[in-house]
Design a protein around this ligand. Structure first.
Ligand SMILES: [Zn+2]
Length: 165
């Protein structure tokens, strides 16, 4: 996967040379978008998940925000690699994600998400969509497993019953 770093010399606004991205057919169709195009709606051109469902008038703003969040895209790419192969220290994506999001613990994988890369990846992508303005609501991690939920509920009921005695 290519590193998603914004190169102003490749910006259409900086000259008449087309951006390298235009020669790469796997790129999102939105001008200068750093992402791959993976979604084609109604047989249209391939767009990334951030542009695909957004109003066309928002595209420029979303592209700019995606470049500002290149670090986030790089983290997703890095964690994806670690999901497939541990690094030299034997770390997988869970450890790297905890380290990466030290300052934002709510972005670290929850106990439920550990070992469930697709679920965590979905939340990362939804979070990025929210941060770049392509999604209205901030995603929340999925609730704990129903069994654990039921167990927790029983514990609360027991506590209340005990308190009432
Ligand atoms: Zn895009």
């Amino acid at each position: 996967m290519k590193r998603a770093v914004f190169d102003p010399t490749q910006d259409m606004g900086q000259g008449n040379q087309p951006a390298i991205a235009y020669g790469d057919k796997s790129r999102c169709h939105a001008d200068n978008c750093p992402c791959r195009g993976t979604v084609s709606l109604g047989g249209g051109p391939f767009l990334c998940a951030y542009h695909a469902w957004a109003d066309g008038r928002e595209w420029g703003r979303i592209t700019k925000a995606l470049h500002e969040h290149a670090w986030f895209l790089e983290f997703i790419a890095e964690a994806t690699r670690l999901h497939l192969y541990p690094d030299r220290k034997g770390r997988y994506w869970e450890a790297r994600a905890r380290e990466f999001w030290t300052e934002q613990p709510d972005m670290q994988p929850t106990p439920r998400e550990c070992g469930k890369w697709p679920e965590y990846l979905t939340r990362l992508r939804q979070e990025l969509a929210y941060r770049v303005g392509a999604r209205k609501d901030r995603p929340v991690p999925l609730a704990p497993e129903p069994a654990k939920q039921a167990q927790a509920k029983r514990a609360v009921v027991r506590e209340v019953e005990e308190a009432m005695q």
